[in-house]
Design a protein around this ligand. Structure first.
Ligand code: FAD
Ligand code: UQ1
Length: 441
């Protein structure tokens, strides 16, 4: 499967390596642009930039052998799509003009344009894009790491447990089915409740609904951050008898007893113990610690960029997009599509000396969350995370659950992802939104 490894750094031909080493005083390989992370954001920008900047001038540092289309994991957990549809070997999706460094970054020295890798090797850059995503902190919930994947405990947030979600939902015969949402920022915040709707839908269709309590325990004070979609989600939860408990945060799983301990996130220590037959856990998440340790993070540890230009506030040759950036919007692939267009323009202008505050492209905070609520029903939430207002593409009320949006998300968006976004030719639906805005609503 990984026969063609010629693009790994240390498999480069001797002549290329000699040339690369010769161009620096110390023997550290150097690239015009280094992209940290070969996930959604990293590939969306390195695909275009490696073509523009020239073959082998862009290096992508990515430790994983597989690239995942994570938005599909809600469909996998709900038994609608096979897991294999969500994964491709990294080798297959890596841009052909880029060098893949199969390694993990442990530190950046932004003053020296120097990166240190897990095995101690170093890499230099002229320009840097940080796209390392968000980290799942499973061990922050007592008892979770050892319970995951067993005794009715699953999560759509890991490639190794997402299939367990469907296995447990299918085997469920009654009792408490609990769905959790932590108090930290997470990727695709809607995914915590989508799987609750899908499980409820399955129990209902299998005529066991009367024996099931479907409970959504969220550490947040709202069901969704954007009012328009929160209203629809609240109505649907009410109509379908899904119990929603706010300010209720998972703190411990006692796998042997099938008990889950929840606390109020205010630190008051007040706790409530639930028995469960099935529990879907969304773990607490946070930025990878090396960002803060390298001095490029904001107070919360995200890569500290200007939210409009995506350029670092202190180091102008560093840019960031996606879940690891400080841009205060919903952490989604949809947001990254729009961010990728902005970042590419601004970085290329910066490299050619044309970048300034008056001609900079500005990111408007666009994000989207396809809220799957049933086997053929979906609310396509689209909004600006900066203003909190809807930014809908289609000339229909997207606050309603629709079959058309379900098919768009299930069949069309995966194609857009693999064939357009990762290849650098999809920068979000703005063009369509503008076009449709001329039609009567
Ligand atoms: P990622 O795609 O996670 O990539 C980060 C990459 O960086 C990884 O490949 C990782 O191996 C690498 N990396 C990490 N640390 C290092 C290091 N130190 N050195 C080098 N490389 C490193 N979004 C939507 O738009 N719509 C949806 O419906 C949707 N549903 C979702 C459902 C689920 C269950 C999940 C989990 C996510 C969902 N998302 C959705 C969110 C979306 O998948 C993410 O927001 C997006 O993939 C983030 O892209 P990224 O490039 O920031 O990070
Ligand atoms: C989108 O562009 C995108 O990235 C490919 C997603 O990630 C999978 C999305 O979920 C959504 C909704 C969009 C926006 C696209 C359209 C056509 C509204």
């Amino acid at each position: 499967m990984f026969a063609n490894k010629s693009r790994y750094l240390f498999c480069e031909t001797t002549s290329t390596l000699v040339k690369r080493f010769a161009s620096t005083n110390i023997k550290i390989p150097s690239y015009k642009l280094v992209v940290i992370g070969g996930g959604t954001g990293g590939l969306a920008v390195s695909s275009t930039l490696s073509k523009v900047l020239g073959k082998n001038e862009v290096a992508v540092i990515e430790p994983s052998d597989f690239h995942y289309y994570q938005p599909l994991w809600t469909f996998v957990g709900a038994g609608i799509k096979p897991f294999s549809d969500s994964a491709k070997p990294t080798e297959q999706v890596m841009p052909s003009d880029a060098v893949w460094i199969k390694n993990k970054v442990t530190a950046i020295e932004p003053n020296g344009n120097l990166i240190t890798l897990k095995d101690g090797q170093q890499v230099k850059y002229d320009y840097l894009v940080v796209a390392t995503g968000i980290q799942c902190n499973w061990d922050k919930i007592k008892g979770l790491p050892e319970s995951l994947g067993k005794n009715g405990v699953s999560s759509n947030y890991s490639e190794s447990t997402v299939e367990k979600t469907w296995e447990f939902i299918r085997a469920f015969r009654g009792g408490n089915a609990i769905f959790t949402m932590p108090s930290t920022p997470i990727k695709c915040p809607g995914a915590a409740i989508k799987i609750a709707y899908m499980a409820e839908d399955h129990f209902n269709k299998n005529h066991i609904r009367g024996k099931c309590n479907v409970i959504y325990n969220t550490a947040m004070g709202k069901i969704f951050s954007i009012e328009k979609y929160a209203k629809s989600l609240t109505r649907i939860a009410k109509d379908r008898g899904i119990e929603v408990n706010f300010l209720t945060e998972l703190s411990e799983i006692r796998g042997d007893k099938k008990e889950a301990v929840f606390k109020k996130p205010d630190g008051s220590g007040e706790e409530k113990i639930y028995n469960y037959e099935f529990i879907h856990v969304v773990p607490p998440m946070g930025p990878p610690p090396f960002i803060a340790q390298s001095g490029i993070g904001n107070a919360a540890g995200w890569v500290d960029v200007d939210q409009y230009t995506l350029q670092h506030v202190k180091y102008p040759n560093i840019f960031s997009l996606g879940d690891s950036s400080s841009a205060p919007t919903s952490k989604t692939a949809a947001a990254i599509a729009t961010q990728s267009g902005i970042l590419k323009k601004n970085l290329l202008d910066y490299i050619s000396g044309k970048f300034n505050s008056s001609n900079a492209a500005k990111y408007d905070g666009y994000a989207s969350c396809p809220l799957l609520v049933g086997r053929d029903k979906l609310i396509l939430a689209e909004f600006s995370g900066y203003t909190g207002t809807p930014m809908e593409t289609f000339p229909v009320d997207q606050g309603e659950e629709r079959t058309s949006m379900y098919w768009l998300t299930k069949e069309v968006l995966p194609e857009i992802y693999w064939n357009r976004l990762l290849k650098g030719t999809w920068v979000g639906p703005k063009r369509f939104r503008n076009l449709f805005s001329y039609l009567p609503q």
